[in-house]
Design a protein around this ligand. Structure first.
Ligand SMILES: C[S@@+](CC[C@H](N)C(=O)[O-])C[C@H]1O[C@@H](n2cnc3c(N)ncnc32)[C@H](O)[C@@H]1O
Length: 303
């Protein structure tokens, strides 16, 4: 039986605590429950701001303001959830991705900062951002990648595919939230199976965790992200094999593909793409210095 963490904020000379005291108490409580100390501080601050409806500036200007009773109750509930290792983005139901504020849904992968590397690497290879480009996002999840690309490419349109019903609903909600709903369609299905069109750009962040490593993931991932979004099979490369097999059929001549990869998978994924006749354009590194995105191009038609 798992006991949920218990927590109640206390004031120094009796309730209520100030905002600064509340942050310190929540951070200490989170650290006691295994959240890394630096992260615990940031998380406590974010949870307090959400509980009290404060901007960063509000908090910086008046850290000594006492918490109201309802703010204190909300913060205590948030702290208990975070101590049970639920990510802040899931507690608050939203996360910043690229320049966007996305909704984070249960049963859908919480988009990661690493995936912004894929957006950046893709945009860097587009010569004309005003062109009417077609984009296919395979395994769209929350729709983070497609939303970010459409937000930067004003005349592009896209198709999002995901096997998960919850992911399709999340993509739909996020496209609407970002004002991009009229430039994208959503298909529930297996990779490119249902598609007959060709695309200028294909992007994907497929599941790539080795099946044997799933049990070792941090609780924030293991307990809260769906297995369908994580499990890449015995060697982590199953989904890349499936996707690569469809690329010749789905990529327009000269089209671009960008795939997010696990930190040690770039060479293997590049080999899968080369085997399909694609030319590797580059390998981009994430903020931590890991090889994170493989980009490649289909051959152009000879004139
Ligand atoms: C790692 S998540 C990526 C989600 C999102 N693109 C992102 O970067 O945050 C992988 C996604 O692939 C989807 N998926 C898994 N197997 C699939 C399949 N056979 N066909 C289509 N989508 C699949 C999962 O449901 C999940 O949403």
């Amino acid at each position: 039986m798992r006991l949920d963490p218990v927590f109640r904020l206390t004031g120094s000379g009796g309730p209520p605590p100030s905002r600064a005291q509340a942050i310190a108490q929540v951070a200490a409580f989170l650290a006691e429950h295994g959240v890394e100390a630096a992260t615990a501080q940031d998380d406590a601050r974010a949870l307090l701001r959400a509980a009290a409806g404060l901007s960063r500036l509000d908090l910086a200007l008046s850290p000594q303001t006492p918490l109201a009773a309802d703010e204190s109750d909300r913060l205590s509930q948030y702290a208990i959830r975070r101590a049970a290792r639920e990510p802040v983005s899931r507690i608050l139901g939203a996360r910043g991705f690229w320049t966007l504020d996305l909704m984070v849904a249960p049963d859908v992968l919480d988009p990661r900062g690493d995936t912004e590397t894929l957006v950046e690497a893709t945009l860097a290879l587009i010569a004309d951002r005003a062109a009417p480009l077609s984009i296919l996002d395979l395994g769209a999840g929350s729709g983070a990648i497609l939303c970010a690309l459409l937000s930067e490419l004003p005349n592009a349109w896209g198709v999002a595919v995901d096997l998960s019903e919850a992911a399709c609903a999340a993509t739909r909600a996020n496209l609407a939230r970002c004002g991009l709903g009229d430039r994208a369609g959503i298909l529930r299905g297996r990779w490119g199976d249902a598609l007959a069109a060709v695309f200028d750009i294909i992007v994907s962040n497929p599941p790539y965790v080795r099946a044997g490593d799933l049990a070792t993931l941090d609780p924030e991932v293991r307990l809260h992200d769906p297995a369908l979004a994580l499990d890449g099979g015995a060697d982590g490369l199953d989904c890349y094999r499936d996707i690569a097999a469809d690329l010749r059929r789905l990529l327009a001549p000269g089209g671009l593909v960008a795939l997010e990869v696990g930190f040690d998978q770039a060479a293997s994924v590049a080999a899968l793409l080369r085997a399909q006749g694609l030319e590797i354009a580059g390998v981009a590194r994430d903020a931590g210095g890991h090889e994170r995105v493989v980009t490649a191009r289909a051959q152009r038609l000879s004139s």
